[in-house]
Design a protein around this ligand. Structure first.
Ligand SMILES: *Cc1c(COP(=O)(O)O)cnc(C)c1O
Length: 452
């Protein structure tokens, strides 16, 4: 009769050659865990049904191997973005330039002068690294890099407006996504929210009235992901700044996407640039590193020196500080702008500046390589909380398949995963957002799936 006593012991399984290989690949403690789990599973099943035959050693080891593979599989993977959404938040926003990746790699491998002054041999500040580049590029007096734009806004409000009034137009009490809501951030910072105007209309006099009482800040939040149209009115930003300054109140501008270039030149509408906001008189400007700037995740606050000194000294600044690889990468990205090579080097700017003819050429090459599909007209978008509803013409490869949804699922399960979209039960692939070095893998994946 089979009893559980016939089950091999951990010790005997450890003697096998297969286990030795597993230990080399996954380490001893994890392999032991997996073997124990496999044996426990068998015991449980045997107790439920003593008629079950006990599996072979090979079967147990195969079971352990697949458990180990599952435990150690990476969940965060590179994917191919064939959606045509350039700053896809769910797909990690901006891909980074070669020089940016090299700079991040170099400081991550070893030690760096992150907080060490090479001149004096004494303690330095991590804040110096990107700051001079930001000042040179924008003309701002001072700058600070933190973890992301959300923390830049929270930190600014906490440092300057705790228990004080912050005046903002009602139409700017926005939700950016991922739970970032301007009124909630204000509450968190301790600032007292003072709304002016109505949802669709705000007048200069609305600001004037509220600024008769003391306030710490006037805030503008960019409507990054929606538009207000119709019976609307909002004073020019310069005018708001003028009214605020007359009342002795500084103005902070949460730009969000933070373009240094005018996106209008790529056929999108105009997105306020960092330089324009400063020229209009903003005392502080806040924006993201990984939106239209095209660099690593970061939040940047720049503007007046005295305000930035207060922000840098606030305890929260330590809690939201960036790491060395971000500072190295951001500096490399900013250097592209300084050297006027951003359009040649920064992936998202390259994507935006691709001509229709270039995109069509790639879509046609894909069609020819696959021996099927049609090249059709479509639109690429920016996404990622920038330029709402904005799109530019593109060319797509359209594939006719049995079930578009099933095909999309198979694409997502490809190695590397491919993300595409469907329309009218056809699969659409936009070459604009597929990095040139991913084209080979994309075509291999498509060929295999189309053949299956
Ligand atoms: C995107 C955005 C943010 C948040 O930026 P993160 O870098 O994602 O934290 C804040 N404000 C505005 C206006 C935005 O568009």
């Amino acid at each position: 009769m089979t009893t559980l006593r016939n089950l091999p012991s951990i010790e005997s399984l450890l003697q096998t050659e297969i286990t030795a290989h597993l230990i080399t690949r996954f380490g001893r403690p994890l392999t032991l865990d997996a073997l124990r789990q496999a044996l426990d599973d068998i015991r449980t099943r045997f107790k439920l049904d003593p008629e079950t035959a006990l599996p072979s050693n090979e079967w147990i080891l195969t079971q352990a191997e697949s458990t180990l593979a599952g435990w150690t599989a990476q969940t965060l993977l590179p994917v191919i973005n064939a959606t045509g959404v350039i700053l896809h938040t769910n797909l990690g926003r901006a891909p980074m330039s070669e020089a940016t990746i090299r700079a991040m790699d170099a400081v991550s491998r070893g030690y760096s002068n992150l907080e060490f002054d090479l001149e004096t041999g004494k303690r330095g500040s991590r804040l110096t690294h990107a700051e001079s580049l930001l000042r040179k590029l924008t003309g701002a007096e001072s700058a600070l890099v933190v973890n992301n734009c959300a923390s830049a806004v929270l930190l600014t409000l906490s440092a300057l407006a705790n228990k004080k009034r912050v005046v903002i137009a009602r139409s700017q009490l926005v939700e950016i996504g991922g739970g970032f809501r301007v009124p909630d951030v204000m509450k968190q910072s301790g600032a007292k929210l003072v709304e002016v105007g109505t949802t669709n209309k705000v007048r200069l006099s609305d600001y004037q009235t509220e600024l008769e009482e003391p306030a710490a800040l006037v805030l503008r939040a960019h409507r990054s992901n929606f538009r207000i149209v119709g019976f609307t009115d909002e004073p020019e930003f310069e005018k708001i700044v003028e009214v605020a300054h007359n009342a002795g109140v500084p103005v902070a501008d949460d730009l969000g996407s933070g373009a240094l270039y005018d996106t209008a030149k790529y056929g999108f509408s105009h997105e306020p640039t960092v330089q324009e906001s400063l020229q209009a008189g903003a005392d502080l400007v806040m924006f993201s590193g990984d939106k239209l700037l095209g660099g690593p995740q970061a939040g940047i606050v720049l503007g007046k020196k005295d305000l930035l000194e207060r922000i840098k000294k606030h305890p929260l600044a330590r809690a939201v500080r960036t790491d060395k690889s971000c500072l190295a990468g951001l500096s490399a990205t900013l250097t592209h702008y300084l050297k006027d090579e951003a359009e040649r080097e920064i992936p998202i700017l390259k994507m935006m500046s691709l001509t229709l003819k270039q995109v069509r050429g790639r879509a046609e090459a894909w069609r020819d390589e696959l021996g099927q599909g049609n090249v059709v007209e479509g639109r690429s978008t920016v996404g990622g909380g920038s330029l709402p509803d904005e799109s530019i013409p593109t060319n797509l490869l359209e594939l006719q398949v049995n079930s578009a949804d099933k095909f999309l699922l198979a694409l997502r399960k490809n190695n590397p995963p491919i993300v595409a979209r469907t329309e009218n039960d056809k699969v659409l692939l936009d070459p604009r957002t597929v990095l040139p070095e991913q084209e080979g893998a994309l075509l291999v994946g498509l060929k295999n799936l189309l053949r299956a």
